[in-house]
Design a binder for this molecule. Structure first.
Ligand code: ADP
Ligand code: MG
Length: 360
């Protein structure tokens, strides 16, 4: 044994042994939700990317545990001294310390406090983040106890999770509509050929609904109510069965609570602008692709992932805008996390497409 551990090859064997016992994990650091997948166990954590902090000190409440579901419940209902923050809201890391606290909480929750050997983690990050933000993610993972950290780009993880043949010499197109960003990418030979990260996504559907309620009904509604309207009656194209929904909020003139009824037609009209922006990002990306890759897409079509892709009729709108066939990935909310788990299983093969903490 001691002999085995001597020299470089000894170190490699030792490292492989560590790999066998450590709880390696893939993390989808999303603007709305963070998911963790563990090798051999699938998705073990799925919580909102939300943190509740005390305003004056920026300390995470409840001794560092007001993260995820606990924090989301406080959203829009917290008293003045408490801020409930989504640290990745716009697809960039707006607050390093809070992102770090969140990552640390999630990693520790999965490994358990007493884990002796730190995990190797593959974290998928939004494509738009800067070198400084990447470094912040590396540092956070290290401080959370990770032994090795790799970063992969979210569209690549989404495409792998959706089962697209990304390593083949042929074009595949993925559109991952998250909360804060929509990532449109064309992939080939295991890498991104063209991509665009648009800061218009599913959160903007909610804002459009909030604005509509203000303009048409003088009714102020919260983000959670707007999200419920979107999920229950929202659509991007007529789906045959138009619906209505009762909505409660605060009257902007009297200041008092009031309710009203909205229809799916008017919500569709309110969503037209952000939906059109996403369709335009798809056509722009297609225009920038090499002709051979574009030609492949006539066969392969477009695959949608991310929670935003669940908006009814979105596929129809994108199909009309691009002329390509559009399909929804299986379980679109977990595509990226499942993709990072596949990265983990093939870490030796895929190392070249990952950025490692040893490179920076
Ligand atoms: P991110 O990757 O940015 O964390 P997700 O892929 O987890 O985002 O998607 C979250 C978004 O998906 C939220 O804006 C949420 O409202 C939206 N969403 C989730 N389920 C549905 C649904 N059934 N219909 C429409 N939108 C949905
Ligand atoms: Mg995502």
């Amino acid at each position: 044994m001691t002999k085995l551990l001597q020299g470089a090859s000894g170190y490699m064997i030792f490292d492989r042994m560590l790999n066998l016992v450590s709880v390696d994990m893939g993390i989808d650091l999303g603007t709305c939700n963070t998911l963790v997948a563990v090798r051999g166990q699938g998705i073990v954590l799925n919580e909102p990317s939300v943190v509740a902090v005390r305003k004056n000190t920026n300390q995470v409440l409840h001794g560092g545990t007001a993260v995820g579901w606990v924090a989301k419940e406080m959203l829009g209902k917290a008293p003045g001294a408490i801020s409930v923050i989504r640290p990745l809201k716009e697809g960039v890391i707006s607050d390093f310390d809070i992102t770090e606290a969140m990552l640390k909480y999630f990693i520790t929750k999965v490994t358990g406090k007493r884990s002796l050997i730190g995990p190797r983690v593959v974290i998928s990050v939004p494509t738009g983040i800067t070198a400084v933000e990447k470094q912040a993610v590396f540092n956070s993972a290290e401080r959370a106890g990770a032994r090795r950290t790799f970063l992969c780009e979210q569209p690549l993880a989404a495409a792998i999770g959706a089962g697209l043949p990304v390593t083949e010499p042929q074009g595949s197109m993925i559109v991952d509509i998250g909360g804060g960003t929509s990532d449109v990418a064309i992939l080939s030979l295991g890498d991104i050929a063209v991509c665009e990260s648009l800061r218009v996504a599913s959160d903007d559907f909610d804002s459009a609904i909030i604005n509509h309620m203000k303009r048409k009904f003088n009714l102020q509604i919260g983000e959670q109510t707007a999200e419920r309207i979107k999920i229950e009656i929202g659509s991007a194209a007529p789906m045959g069965d138009e619906k209505t929904m009762e909505v409660r909020g605060r009257d902007l003139i009297s200041g008092l609570p009031r309710k009203t009824v909205v229809t799916s037609e008017e919500i569709r009209e309110a969503l037209l602008e952000p939906v059109t922006s996403i369709a335009e990002a798809c056509t722009r990306t297609l225009e920038r692709a090499e002709p051979e890759l574009a030609a492949d897409l006539v066969e392969n079509g477009i695959t949608l992932a991310g929670g935003g892709s669940l908006l009814r009729g979105l596929g129809v709108v994108l199909q009309n805008a691009t002329g390509l066939s559009v399909r929804l990935a299986d379980d679109p909310l977990t595509c990226v996390a499942r993709g990072t788990a596949i990265f983990l299983e093939n870490i030796e093969l895929l190392k070249s497409t990952l950025e490692s903490d040893m490179d920076v």
